[in-house]
Design a protein around this ligand. Structure first.
Ligand SMILES: *Cc1c(COP(=O)(O)O)cnc(C)c1O
Length: 331
């Protein structure tokens, strides 16, 4: 990831806190394309990151800056993968770490957080409840809070997904990007870097930017509901529930930025059932060999639904994000 250091928050001569994140494969999935009925389907497999999710990118950037600011420790609320990534980068930086996670977080991910030396606190409820506990702890301890969008650097790390996919396609964009959305860090980061790339002349200023498409679960779909209502902000989702734990974010702080990217890109947003998520997680794995996380399965299921509904053109090249590893969710 840090070979893009010229456009990342890193001072001259400074060394990043890195574990080899980024440079993940962009895979052509012709049988899956045929299955859902589009011209070309690409899978960006973010499971091939340290701690097996794309959270590594954001945490590498955030922990690099936090270390430079000499923070005494790091704290984060998480639906799972952000905590594992934070624990890993804190260990790499030599900083103490504390992670607040819902009790319902997949057991494998909780075990990874502990194995990497972070202090783990499980809380009843969802990530919003974990966030309140994390902020209270930060206030009393002086630990720095690396929550989604409460510091500016996680989106800088995650924007490298946009740089990579354009580079992997020979400096052009796919027609649509389907992104399983919780807090929206990656979607916001990519939309930001697409504008920056035009500014820097890395891609033609007239290059048509991709339609940004949000995928969520029917049990927690605040962005899908707000998009359908043409709203600027999303109302918090009551009683959020989905086994795709990374998507169980009832009140994303970046709602306005996510929705703006959807409107500006002529994008879309869709939600699917738990059964559809399970089905397409299995289909993704068995058709491509990518051990998909449920969040990746959700993105595929939403792509399938939007193609069937005529909301994604059959002649399109569609890029679906697999954001984590199926292995993390297995018991
Ligand atoms: C965190 C997470 C998401 C949601 O990512 P955001 O950028 O916060 O929307 C999706 N999938 C997985 C596996 C995650 O860990």
């Amino acid at each position: 990831m840090w070979r893009y250091r010229a456009v990342l928050p890193l001072a001259a001569g400074e060394r990043p806190v890195t574990l080899g994140e980024g440079a993940t494969p962009l895979l052509d999935a012709p049988r899956l394309a045929e299955d859902i009925g589009v011209r070309r389907l690409l899978i960006k497999d973010e499971a091939l990151n340290p701690t097996a999710s794309f959270k590594a990118r954001g945490m590498s950037a955030a922990v690099t800056r936090a270390l430079a600011h000499r923070v005494p420790g790091l704290v984060v609320p998480t639906a799972g993968n952000a905590g594992a990534a934070m624990a890993a980068y804190a260990a790499a930086a030599g900083l103490p770490a504390r992670v607040f996670a819902p009790e319902t977080t997949p057991a494998n991910i909780l075990a990874t957080i502990r194995a990497l030396g972070a202090t783990l606190v499980t809380v009843p409820g969802h990530i919003g409840d974990a966030g309140r506990a994390a902020r209270a702890f930060a206030a009393e301890s002086g630990y720095f809070d690396v929550s989604t969008l409460r510091e500016p650097y996680r989106i800088e790390g995650k924007k490298t997904m946009g740089l990579e996919l354009a580079e992997q396609l020979g400096w052009r964009y796919p027609d649509a990007i389907v992104y399983p959305t919780g807090g929206g860090t990656g979607l916001i980061g990519m939309w930001k870097v697409f504008a920056e790339m035009a500014e820097w002349g890395w891609i033609g200023a007239d290059a048509r930017r991709p339609r940004m498409i949000v995928a969520q679960a029917e049990g927690c779909a605040p962005i899908v509901r707000a998009f359908a209502a043409h709203a600027e902000r999303a109302q918090p989702w009551e009683s959020p529930s989905t086994h795709a734990s990374g998507l169980r974010v009832p009140g994303p702080l970046g709602d306005r930025l996510i929705l703006r990217a959807l409107y500006e890109s002529g994008g879309d947003a869709g939600a699917v059932s738990e059964d559809a998520i399970r089905r397409d997680t299995a289909t993704l794995a068995r058709t491509t060999g990518v051990d998909a996380a449920p969040e990746g399965g959700c993105a595929l299921a939403v792509a399938r639904m939007l193609v069937a509904a005529g909301r994604i053109d059959r002649d399109s090249e569609v890029l679906v994000f697999n954001t984590g590893s199926g292995a993390s969710y297995r018991t």
